[in-house]
Each structure stands twice: as C-alpha cells, then as structure tokens.
Design a protein around this ligand. Structure first.
Ligand SMILES: [Zn+2]
Length: 89
C-alpha cells in the first residue's frame, strides 16, 4: 500500500509536520544531496525533519533515510519542492 504526504497551499506537508518553509526537503540520491538538474537525480526528496524519502511529484513515501547516512552539500538546504517549479526569477 502506498502512502503519501499531503499538499497544502501548494506546499508539501510531511507526516512530521515539516514543510518546505520550515525544515525543508532536499533532493537526494543514495543518501547524498544532489542537484535537481543533475542526471543522477531520480526524483527523490528527503524530509530534513524526519528522514522520509518522498518521490516527486507524486508525493508518495518511498523510504526512510537515517540522517547519519545523509550527506548534504555545503550550502544551505534547497527548499523548493512543491506544486510547480518556480522559475520566475
Ligand atoms: Zn518529515
């Protein structure tokens, strides 16, 4: 049975109450943060509060990542999963 996180006001709402504007989500592959533009990315985000792995854009929960195994890049987390990509800069 598949489980999903909620979408509230165009923002992801994780089971742990995390949203992109709170602790956020990062795109990951294999326990490593990746760029969403990278060919290595397969559409998975990790919740930075509880470690759920969430598939974008379907929002189904596909796993769990222990933070001890998560390697973030040097910069701060990217907080942009949601309804549609915001390219308007
Ligand atoms: Zn969470």
């Amino acid at each position: 049975m598949r489980e999903y996180i909620a979408l509230v006001d165009e923002e992801w709402l994780c089971r742990c109450d995390n949203t992109p504007s709170r602790d956020g989500f990062v795109p990951v592959r294999g326990g490593r943060e990746v760029d969403t533009a990278s060919r290595r990315w397969r559409g998975s985000y990790c919740c930075l509060r509880c470690g759920f792995l969430i598939s974008w854009p379907s929002r189904d929960i596909i796993g769990y990542l222990d933070f001890a195994d998560l390697r973030l890049r040097d910069h701060g987390p990217e907080l942009t999963p949601g309804g549609d990509a915001d390219e308007r800069t």
